[in-house]
Design a protein around this ligand. Structure first.
Ligand code: NI
Length: 179
């Protein structure tokens, strides 16, 4: 089965539409969003996606009630700040990544094959294009980087957005750039 990962879409509707096209093309069954939708209308865009959206809240997601409503309306599942998900014998933890300490604890817990995070707007593992999910060793962190377009701001340069596609049977993941 295929699983999509996206995070930190931050109001970028154009890029969200591109990501949904990729997820539909790749025929993923589930998409995990690691938070920072910001505008609840971003969630509504996922209505035309042929996969179920599973999300957690990020530090910029203040409109919790509206976000929850949007998730319910599209048949998705908003898990709060921390989430767990199992598929094809893979145990997955989901956390935006706001607290590096909580992230560290989740990794150290040994409960998960991989943890889906966002927040840093940087890919994890850094510089990868594809790779394998380790069988029984350390917990991998999969962070798709930002879901929005490249932005230059006072906070620095945010690189191009991207998504991750995980093949849960082959236990492989692949990063796809958003144009
Ligand atoms: Ni964030």
């Amino acid at each position: 089965m295929k699983l999509g990962i996206i995070s930190d879409t931050h109001d970028d509707i154009d890029n969200v539409r591109r990501a949904i096209d990729i997820f539909n093309r790749e025929t993923v069954k589930y998409v995990i969003h690691a938070g920072d939708y910001v505008f609840p209308g971003v969630v509504m865009e996922f209505k035309r996606m042929n996969a179920k959206l599973i999300g957690v809240l990020g530090n910029n997601d203040g409109e919790k009630v509206h976000l929850l409503k949007a998730f319910l309306e599209i048949g998705g599942e908003l898990k709060g700040e921390l989430g767990e998900f199992s598929i094809d014998d893979l145990k997955i933890g989901i956390y935006h990544g706001t607290s590096t300490e909580i992230k560290r604890h989740l990794i150290a817990s040994g409960r998960y094959h991989f943890i889906v995070c966002g927040h840093t707007h940087r890919r994890e593992p850094a510089g990868f294009d594809r790779g394998n999910i380790p069988k029984n060793t350390s917990t991998l962190v999969l962070n798709p980087g930002t879901g929005h377009k490249k932005v230059e701001s006072l906070a620095g340069t945010f690189l191009e957005g991207g998504v991750i596609i995980v093949d849960t049977e082959c236990r492989e993941y692949e990063y796809i750039n958003l144009p």
